[in-house]
Write a protein that binds this ligand. Structure first.
Ligand code: CP
Length: 301
């Protein structure tokens, strides 16, 4: 993984996922290890973020590295008309690695092809979010004791949900049974379903959420993403389709955990937060350890 970019979750093998997760367990026990001493990491966010950016910055700081970058492209020369190409060519002269979030699908791949330093994709439009995928795998393994043979329900915006795309692909290595709960307008893209099918795994599609709850080991809730809709009327039609409430979690498996990449709007009621099944805030914490493991593997001394 040394000096390798991470653009799509398919860039890593199953063995590489497992190595990152094992290494992250070590950072969870001992987070302050100065493995990035003398390294500069640029964090370029062309799209808003709380968890991904701050957990990357926390990870870099805990590893003794330095952070440069911007949190809003309106404070960069992009507002003067500078291209992504020129931005990456410039910043790769200043940093040893670039973490980048951008609204356009394929932008991270493009950046990795022209950059002289590794690129980590922190989300490219509705395409992929591979570091979220690694922390999701870590969270699933931590709560279930295994990644193998699980029933995983994905609920909400499966069409535009980049976290769902990356995680669905990664889980094909682990004999997953998929339960795909979405409005008809927001089904998982055919290319991802084809990937599952080609891996000889089963997926079931539902519009009724209640059908999936009792059979799930993991319920992976997602936000219906207003910013991905070109027509606001289409968003209004589907925005509150699924809301998980505490009283819906009665006939469940004893090991069930509820995950959500966050931010949530109202798809998980706050009365779920204090139940033992709620794991989404710990999931966000795991992002620091997993990103430490990733940075140390790509850039560590
Ligand atoms: N999960 C996630 O990507 O959250 P942010 O948009 O806050 O980074």
């Amino acid at each position: 993984m040394k000096n390798k970019s991470l653009v799509s979750i398919s860039d890593f093998t199953k063995e590489e996922y497992i190595r990152i997760l094992d290494r992250a367990e070590n950072f969870a026990i001992n987070p302050n290890q100065r493995l990035l001493e003398g390294k500069v990491v640029a964090v370029l966010f062309f799209e808003p973020s709380t968890r991904t950016r701050l957990s990357f910055e926390a990870a870099i700081n805990r590893l003794g590295g330095r952070v440069i970058g911007f949190t809003d492209s309106s404070s960069s020369s992009v507002t003067k008309g500078e291209s992504l190409r020129d931005t990456i060519l410039t910043v790769s002269n200043y940093a040893d690695l670039i973490v980048m979030r951008h609204p356009k699908e394929g932008s991270a791949r493009f950046a990795s092809e022209i950059s002289s330093v590794p690129i980590i994709n922190a989300g490219d439009g509705a395409n992929q979010h591979p570091t979220q995928c690694l922390l999701d795998l870590y969270s699933i393994r931590k709560t279930q004791g295994t990644l193998d043979n699980l029933n995983i329900s994905f609920v909400g915006d499966l069409k535009y949900g980049r976290t769902v795309h990356s995680l669905s692909i990664a889980l094909t290595h682990f004999n997953t049974t998929y339960h795909l709960v979405s409005p008809n307008e927001l089904k998982l893209p055919s290319a991802v379903k084809m990937h599952i099918k080609n891996s000889k795994l089963i997926y079931n599609q539902y519009t009724d959420f209640s059908q999936a709850i009792s059979i799930s080991d993991i319920i992976y809730m997602t936000r219906i993403q207003k910013e991905r809709f070109s027509d606001p009327i289409e968003y209004e039609k589907v925005k509150d389709t699924y809301v998980l409430k505490a009283d819906m979690l009665q006939d469940i498996k004893p090991n069930l955990k509820v995950l959500h990449p966050l931010p949530r709007v109202n798809e998980i009621s706050e009365d779920v937060d204090n139940l033992p099944q709620a794991y989404y805030f710990e999931q966000a914490l795991n992002g620091v350890y997993v990103r430490q493991a990733l940075l140390a593997s790509i850039l560590g001394n």
